[in-house]
Design a protein around this ligand. Structure first.
Ligand code: GTP
Ligand code: SPV
Ligand code: MN
Length: 589
């Protein structure tokens, strides 16, 4: 399929190591993919769902011990330990290669090795990059087909001579969690993953390449790889403005990216278009502005909570050609179900663990909280016409946000790019089921990149500051949002979902200088009456005032927490951020 000797000799070397019975190169053809789907169904690896209701859709259950990313088993192996930084797990590459080589030796005996050439980003775009993933999992092949541009087209994008591709090696091995490793060698453009079969651990184009490796490449090459959705807001006059937003895992990127405008905007003719829901690669264009592409071709979205009210666009996207992972299987009509889909759970079902399950009587969950759908972006009713544009889209605003029950207000704007980098760097959020470990614990998650930054976080902040200098007055404006403030009973105060558009409209008005703001200790806030609440029954101007409240005592605690967090970066913390922290402290006095 290729004459590229760099690819061929590396694949040969890995075949010698893993010793598969058979090697299959994926060309991206429908015939080859359908044969693999059929094979996966014949072995029980996948279940074909109701062809009338969910054409081309399949269900897969991972091992019960393998349902989320494993941050404690994820490594950045740079030659110098300090280059991985204090947040990443590190091991000497020599030691790690040695340890893993022993584990991969003969691991594919009796199995087939699939060679998946894939392209992150539109074919033909200068912003795109190629990877090759070797795996012994058909599930991985079929997910990579949805999530990337895969097959011959990727090898053509690479060309016959180039050595600029990411080498990804994956084996499910025994799915032993004690021996699970998700390892990155940024200096070698390599990723080695073993003993998992779940999402972000094994779809190596996604978090491993498009964030961890790409963030390192971006630092060296002068661009940015970010954990961000990209959406376009089209005004009644037909002009579209683009926003990129970074929220931690399971904190609302897919939902915001596909939002349906509330009636008050819809009737005026506003529309929202999805460019991406998880990852943005951003470069400075010839016009000096920041341009973004979505390197992915599909959505690996959180299933629970997705319904025809919260996110009808996502639900519609999953109606064909979709792989569902770890949701409940409704045996009555051979479809799928998850918590929050509707109020009518199936009685005759199999839960995500593979056990008989009655949704009406069982106290157990039918779907894992981190169950997912893998759906082609082209299915999405609101997919942007710029989705495949090799140039990407120009970004007007960057938005940070997380899950904070208190502290963070509904929205505020940074005073400058530098202050905006500070705002991103101090992000904190309650942990979710997207990674193993405790859920609901507040932790610092700078720019939503804590689990995904492939190098020293202090240098990463420095890179953001550098980008701002290059962008100058063409830099996007930077904001912070919080949809998750709760009342004393723990209920979310802000309605969220489609109504988040009301906040986006203030953000865009700010970018165009159309609306005033109030200066607070933490940055610029809207006047409460400037957030449009027309048509909201439970929200008054006073509710909005409450949501915008900056509690000085809480923020003083916050400042102390930030100071603590910053300490670990030592002299690799940019002086500009230290200065911003001092300003915050002074403002809070
Ligand atoms: P990853 O794919 O893990 O990176 O997650 P994501 O950021 O795309 O999160 P997603 O949009 O899938 O949302 C995750 C959870 O947050 C779902 O259970 C949603 O129902 C919930 N959620 C999303 N947006 C809102 C919101 O505006 N308000 C509230 N209260 N919940 C929301
Ligand atoms: C996330 O955890 O942020 C995801 C899902 O988008 S995974 O691909 O599993 O990392
Ligand atoms: Mn994500």
């Amino acid at each position: 399929m290729t004459k590229n000797q760099n690819v061929l000799s590396w694949v040969d070397e890995m075949i010698k190591l893993c010793k598969p019975d058979k090697v299959v190169w994926l060309d991206g053809s429908e015939e080859q993919l359908q044969a693999l789907r059929d094979e996966a169904c014949s072995t029980g690896e996948m279940i074909k769902l109701n062809e009338e209701k969910l054409p081309g859709c399949y269900l897969h259950r991972t091992a019960v011990n393998d349902v989320a990313r494993v941050e404690h088993r994820t490594f950045i192996c740079t030659r110098k330990k300090e280059d991985a930084g204090p947040i990443n797990n590190w091991e000497d590459p020599v030691v790690m290669y040695d340890r893993l080589t022993k584990m991969y030796d003969g691991v594919m005996k009796g199995r087939t090795m699939y060679v998946i050439p894939y392209c992150m980003g539109p074919i033909g775009s200068k912003l795109s990059k190629v990877g090759v993933e070797l795996t012994d999992s058909i599930y991985v092949v079929l997910n990579m087909d949805i999530m990337t541009r895969m097959g011959k087209c990727a090898l053509e994008q690479l060309g016959d001579e180039s050595n600029d591709f990411v080498r990804g090696l994956h084996s499910k091995a025994d799915v032993d969690e004690e021996k699970r490793y998700i390892v990155h060698f940024p200096e070698d453009n390599a990723i080695w993953s073993i003993n998992s079969g779940y999402g972000g651990n094994v779809l190596l184009g996604k978090k491993c390449f498009a964030l961890r490796i790409a963030s390192y490449q971006g630092k060296n090459e002068g661009w940015m790889a970010e954990h961000m959705l990209i959406l376009g807001v089209e005004t009644p006059s037909g002009e579209t403005k683009y926003i990129a937003a970074a929220f931690p895992s399971a904190c609302g990127k897919t939902n915001l990216a596909m939002l349906i405008p509330p009636e008050v905007y819809k009737k005026q003719g506003y529309k929202v278009w999805t460019v991406g829901d998880d990852i943005a690669w951003m470069r400075i264009g010839t016009d000096g502005r920041l341009w973004a592409i979505n390197p992915e071709a599909g959505f690996f979205g959180v299933a629970p909570g997705t319904n025809d009210k919260s996110n009808p666009n996502a639900l519609a996207t999953t109606k064909r050609g979709t792989i569902f992972t770890n949701v409940a299987h409704n045996l009555d009509d051979n479809t799928v179900w998850w918590e929050g889909l509707d109020k009518n759970p199936p009685e005759n079902a199999i839960d995500w663990k593979g056990n008989p399950w009655n949704g009406k009587t069982s106290s157990e969950k039918g779907a894992n909280p981190n169950s997912r759908f893998t759906a082609p972006a082209k299915n999405c009713p609101c997919i942007s016409d710029k989705f495949n544009d090799p140039l990407g889209v120009p970004i007007s605003a960057i938005v940070f946000g997380g899950r904070r029950a208190k502290t963070a207000p509904l929205v505020y704007q940074s005073r400058s790019w530098q202050h905006g980098v500070f705002v991103g760097s101090i992000m904190a959020s309650e942990t979710t089921a997207a990674a193993t470990g405790a859920v609901g614990v507040v932790r610092r998650d700078p720019m939503a990149m804590r689990p995904f930054c492939g190098y020293h976080m202090g240098d990463y902040f420095g890179h953001w500051l550098e980008m701002g200098k290059k962008l100058g007055d063409k830099a996007p404006k930077i904001f912070n949002v919080n949809w998750f403030r709760t009342d004393d009973e723990g209920h979310f105060i802000w309605p969220g979902f489609g109504d988040n558009m009301r906040v986006l409209m203030w953000i865009l008005d700010r970018c165009e200088g159309k609306v005033d703001a109030v200066e607070t200790a933490i940055g610029y806030e809207p006047k409460a009456e400037d957030i449009n609440i027309e048509g909201l029954s439970d929200i008054t101007v006073d509710t909005v005032k409450g949501l915008l409240d900056v509690d000085k005592a809480l923020w003083q605690e916050e400042a102390a927490g930030i100071e603590d967090f910053y300490k670990q970066f030592g002299d690799r913390l940019p002086a500009e951020l230290k200065a911003e922290l001092e300003t915050l402290k002074a403002n809070l006095k």
